[in-house]
Design a binder for this molecule. Structure first.
Ligand code: ADP
Ligand code: MG
Length: 693
């Protein structure tokens, strides 16, 4: 490919800022940016002109339809397509797309989860154009990123709170930075880079596994003789078929201006990763949703399936999504960049101390933001960060924190420089932050990496938490400055009071779990427990204060989180039962029958058949167990379904009783798999799935 072609293709399917500038009058472009900078509503005339330009551009790029693309609380994206075409009175048609249509849409909201909001408020919802995220054309449709709210203004989506948290972070940061002498700052942004893990399996095998098709993970499957023990897959050479998929994926992502940068094989067989260059939080959240969709589409074109589930296979690692987060000013200062002389870098130390305090005080929220039925299989197992939130700083920053807390090595000169504020110094060696892979929240040079997020999740939730807690701690810092405290003393106070959240050791160890309990750190082991923090008074206060969620919005999130959890387990349980009843059990019975025939034949010939009898005994005993376990699972599902999915007691029943019954049934079925002739097993096995490409 020509270099020019590659460059021209980049972002060619997005209605980018450059495209807008080329296609609308200067005055419109200016008015658009003024509204954007001030965070104001776009004037109607401006929207009309932009809508028209957008329509012409979209049609030129193959669009016949448009859609308001939004992120309901299911965590997925939603879209409804409308044609530009409208009949005129003369038997012909026009291409219609007004400023009003661009700015606001009215999907039927009644079928999206609202967690009680619908009962309290007007049922209908509307979508509103998110001017900060560019529209794009995909498969003949113009996609307009939008917020999704109720008529009374309650957020019914994931994007609205994220944008609110970005605003809160910006205003609290600007206020504080002005006090610290950085008066030229007028806006502050959260940057996010997401690293996406996924599995690829052959489509022909995928089609034969209803568990993969309906739930995204295998509900049965004896471990393959080979897993990840040889550590030969991580960064290993990429198979031709996988390479072709990755190449296509990159090109497609680039067309949408999604800066895919790094790709490699991951730890588990058939597991891979794609990482994109960081952008503003809201853009990365949208881009990552789009990436997940595109990856699935492209995989199909290659005769593959892209599995985004957190735990497609037992016995090997699951998939996560590292969320790299930093905070920068519009003057180009990254507040998490320590520079060469961190001890004199006031903005850095301030941001560091505030982050440490925030994570300690709101560890429960951060943990909750990474909770889902799928991710419950990872967090706390020895492959992903523990469910206990702690911060890894690395040796050098750890020393720095100790120095500040102990007040050693800080000369008067240092204190003075603190009071006057310091210019930011570049580059603190990245290598000094050695990578502790067992930490859920690690400092990595000039950013924090939150590693607990699940591969299938939206990054909107975690970043909403991070932005809001930092905004809160910045405000508290500001307040103490106003009370006359010195910046250095505030930093020292914050660090001294919250150093318990810092942990540089092995996050997988049992010792840490005990130590963390002694330190009083929360350890919510699953989604049902993690959700509880949405009802905590301190968290409601935090969110209300910063205008990120209202109390009712939070209680709706709580309900939806549990509802999603219960329903996910319900689908899994019903699928597991169906597979057991209609596929595995019949196959086992048939195999036992044929073995019995063979045993009879041997007996008729008066040949010893004791070995067969022994096998038959073992198999029939397992089949009997299985029969009982199917009945138990069936009963438990029925009982669980009597309750309300959003009720914490019901969710706990799904978790404790139903998941337990599924596990028992699976253990028997998996044992049977190892004893039955492979030709008679009714579905592709783990060898096929993990090594079948
Ligand atoms: P890793 O070793 O974890 O793969 P990388 O340096 O390759 O780390 O970066 C991983 C992700 O972090 C990428 O998405 C990258 O764009 C993002 N990233 C790098 N710097 C920043 C930053 N300052 N803020 C937010 N994300 C960043
Ligand atoms: Mg990483």
């Amino acid at each position: 490919m020509e270099m020019k072609e590659l460059l021209d293709e980049y972002g060619s399917m997005t209605f980018s800022d450059d495209v807008m500038r080329e296609r609308v009058p200067k005055s419109t472009y200016k008015a658009f940016h003024e509204a954007l900078d001030k965070g104001e509503q776009l004037p109607k005339e401006v929207a009309t002109v932009i809508a028209n330009a957008m329509k012409i551009w979209a049609v030129e790029h193959g669009a016949t339809h448009f859609t308001h693309w939004f992120t309901p609380m299911t965590g997925l994206t939603a879209e409804k397509h409308d044609a530009f075409l409208e009949p005129d009175h003369k038997g012909g048609a026009l291409l219609e797309f007004s400023g009003k249509t661009l700015r606001k849409g009215e999907p039927d909201a009644s079928s999206f989860p609202s967690g009680g909001l619908r009962a309290t408020f007007e049922a209908r919802g509307y979508t509103a154009w998110d001017v900060t995220s560019p529209a794009f054309v995909k498969d003949g449709t113009l996609y307009i990123p939008t917020l999704f709210c109720s008529y009374t203004g309650e957020a019914l989506d994931k994007k609205t709170p994220l944008l609110r948290s970005c605003d809160a972070l910006s205003s609290s940061s600007v206020k504080l930075l002005h006090k610290l002498g950085m008066e030229d700052v007028s806006k502050v942004y959260a940057n996010v880079g997401a690293e996406q893990e996924y599995f690829l399996v052959a489509d022909e095998y995928y089609q034969k596994r209803i568990d993969l098709r309906l739930t995204g993970r295998t509900l049965y499957g004896a471990m393959a003789p080979k897993g990840q023990e040889l550590e030969d897959h991580y960064f290993g050479s990429i198979k031709r078929k996988v390479g072709a998929f990755m190449k296509d994926l990159d090109r497609e992502l680039w067309k949408y201006g999604i800066p895919s940068k790094t790709k490699h094989n991951e730890v588990a067989p058939a597991q891979h990763e794609v990482a994109c260059v960081f952008m503003k939080a809201n853009i990365t959240a949208d881009n990552n949703h789009l990436l997940m969709q595109i990856a699935q589409d492209i995989a199909k074109k290659h005769g593959l399936r892209c599995l985004l589930h957190e735990k497609p296979f037992d016995g090997v690692n699951g998939s996560g999504k590292h969320n790299n987060w930093s905070v920068t000013t519009d003057t180009g200062v990254n507040l998490f960049n320590p520079g060469t002389d961190p001890i004199h870098n006031l903005p850095f130390l301030t941001a560091l101390a505030c982050t440490i305090k925030g994570i300690d005080e709101y560890a429960d929220l951060l943990r909750m933001s990474a909770a889902s039925a799928g991710n419950d299989h990872r967090l706390g197992a020895n492959e992903a960060p523990p469910a206990i939130i702690s911060i890894f700083l690395g040796e050098e920053l750890d020393d720095l924190v100790d120095t500040i807390i102990n007040g050693t090595a800080l000369s008067d000169n240092t204190k003075e420089r603190f009071q006057t504020g310091v210019a930011v110094v570049p580059d603190f060696s990245k290598d000094t932050t050695d990578r502790n892979r067992t930490s859920p929240f690690a400092f990595t040079g000039n950013k924090f990496e939150f590693r607990a997020v699940g591969s299938a999740m939206s990054v909107a939730g975690p970043n909403t938490v991070l932005n809001t807690i930092l905004a809160e701690e910045f405000d508290q810092f500001s307040d103490l400055l106003d009370e006359g405290m010195e910046p250095y003393d505030i930093i020292k106070k914050f660090l001294s009071e919250h150093k318990r959240i810092i942990f540089n050791g092995d996050g997988y160890s049992k010792d840490w779990e005990e130590e963390a309990a002694r330190r009083g750190l929360p350890n919510a082991k699953n989604t049902v427990d993690a959700a509880e923090c949405l009802k905590a008074e301190k968290n409601i206060e935090l969110y209300e204060k910063h205008g990120v969620y209202s109390k009712v919005e939070l209680s709706s999130r709580y309900e939806i989180m549990l509802e999603n959890y219960s329903k996910t387990i319900q689908v899994e349980a019903l699928t597991a039962l169906k597979m057991a009843k209609n596929e595995i059990y019949p196959a086992v019975s048939k195999y036992i029958g044929s073995l019995a025939e063979d045993a009879k034949d041997l007996a008729a010939l008066d040949v010893p058949n004791d070995f067969m009898k022994a096998d038959l005994k073992e198999l029939t005993s397992l089949a009997t167990d299985m029969r009982g376990q199917m009945a138990t699972l069936d009963e438990k599902i029925e009982k669980a379904r009597e309750g309300d999915a959003g009720d914490p007691k019901v969710a706990a029943y799904w978790r404790d009783e139903v998941l337990g019954a599924m596990a028992d049934l699976r253990a028997t079925a998996d044992t049977l798999e190892t004893k039955v002739d492979e030709k008679d097993w009714p579905m592709p096995n783990y060898v096929d799935l993990m090594f079948g490409i």
